[in-house]
Write a protein that binds this ligand. Structure first.
Ligand code: 5GP
Length: 122
């Protein structure tokens, strides 16, 4: 899928739409999800124009990939999630119900998050 430069996260990156920012560096921006599903629910997005993990891991530079994943870890640590644990999750494509077509990692924490995935799939 081609990258849509008008997707909501692209517009947040350009500063056209506000966000509740928690972290930013050369490779990533992190901000609170507008519809939180846990006491802590933060999104971490790479700064480059990637729709999926496939796009990111085939087209991004090694520096971008390392910088992004380092930022995910930094944000989790800065949010104080490490001691009790947390979940990082990325919806990728149709089966995962990816809603925003700019790669993003959800960070969930602040409570017991329960089981990993909907039961009864297999
Ligand atoms: P997905 O299903 O694509 O993994 O999740 C997209 C996430 O982006 C959802 O959790 C949704 O609440 C969040 N989201 C969508 N639009 C906005 C927005 O304008 N601002 C923020 N902060 N989050 C958004």
């Amino acid at each position: 899928m081609a990258y849509d430069t008008d997707n909501i996260f692209a517009r947040i990156l350009r500063g056209e739409i506000p966000c509740n920012r928690v972290y930013e560096d050369d490779w990533a921006l992190a901000f609170h999800d507008i519809r939180p599903q846990a006491p802590v629910h933060v999104l971490v997005i790479p700064k480059g124009p990637y729709v999926t993990l496939e796009d990111f891991t085939t087209q991004a530079t090694t520096e971008e990939i390392a910088g992004f994943w380092r930022a995910v870890g930094t944000v989790a640590r800065d949010l104080g999630l490490s001691a009790d644990g947390y979940r990082f999750l990325a919806n990728n494509g149709r089966h995962a119900h990816q809603e925003v077509m700019h790669l993003h990692v959800h960070l969930f924490g602040g409570c017991d998050l329960g089981g990993m995935i909907k039961r009864g799939l297999v």
